[in-house]
Design a protein around this ligand. Structure first.
Ligand SMILES: Nc1ccn([C@@H]2O[C@H](COP(=O)(O)O)[C@@H](O)[C@H]2O)c(=O)n1
Ligand SMILES: C[C@@]1(CO)OP(=O)(O)OP(=O)(O)OC[C@H]1O
Length: 162
């Protein structure tokens, strides 16, 4: 029997000086970056929460506690590899991912393809199965004031049960 599961994810990180801006595993030239225990890749965090949520496996904080020194400064691509392994162990593979980054600045369009390629490799799917979009909030709210960046993701997992 073919099984379909869906999950959603949402994350926010504050924009601060003195940190690199990493989104979808791509380092984006900018005068500020996201604050976090890991590399604070808010896009990958939303996607990981969606993947875990689809199988009711909790959230990233439960799997990678933000007080555990082993995750300090860790690349979120490494964390995503772990989550994908977990999903495969449960008998599922990724069908597709759709996501959005909410950022007033910088302009992200030039980096979207690289983000999709990075994540598709780890998710073990074609790039056409990984969508990343960007929007401003027309200067409204915390993203609009450039205090932080948020991201939302939805995923579909495909599993087989005999
Ligand atoms: N940080 C961002 C935000 C948006 N974009 C691109 O610009 C388009 C227009 O954005 P609106 O918020 O005015 O709708 C959007 O569709 C994205 O393609 C971007 O590259 N980087
Ligand atoms: C990713 C983890 C890893 O310790 O830390 P942060 O980079 O602070 O990110 P957050 O979105 O707060 O999720 C918690 C943690 O799992």
């Amino acid at each position: 029997m073919l099984l379909i599961k869906v999950g959603i994810g949402y994350d926010v990180h504050a924009l601060v000086e003195g940190r690199p801006l990493i989104l979808g595993g791509v380092e984006i030239p900018y005068d500020r970056g996201l604050l976090g225990h890991s590399d604070a890749d808010v896009l990958i965090h939303a996607i990981m929460d969606a993947l875990l949520g689809a199988l009711a496996l909790g959230d990233i904080g439960a799997h990678f506690p933000d007080h555990d020194p082993q995750y300090q400064g860790i690349s979120s691509i490494t964390l995503l590899e772990h989550v994908v392994r977990l999903i495969q162990e449960k008998g599922y593979r990724v069908g597709n991912v759709d996501s959005i980054i909410v950022a007033q600045r910088p302009k992200l369009a030039p980096y979207i393809m690289d983000m999709r390629m990075n994540m598709a490799k780890v998710l073990r799917v074609e790039e056409s199965c990984v969508s990343v979009k960007a929007t401003t909030t027309e200067r409204l709210g915390f993203e609009g004031r450039e205090e932080g960046i948020s991201s939302q993701a939805i995923v579909c997992l495909i599993g087989f049960e005999s």
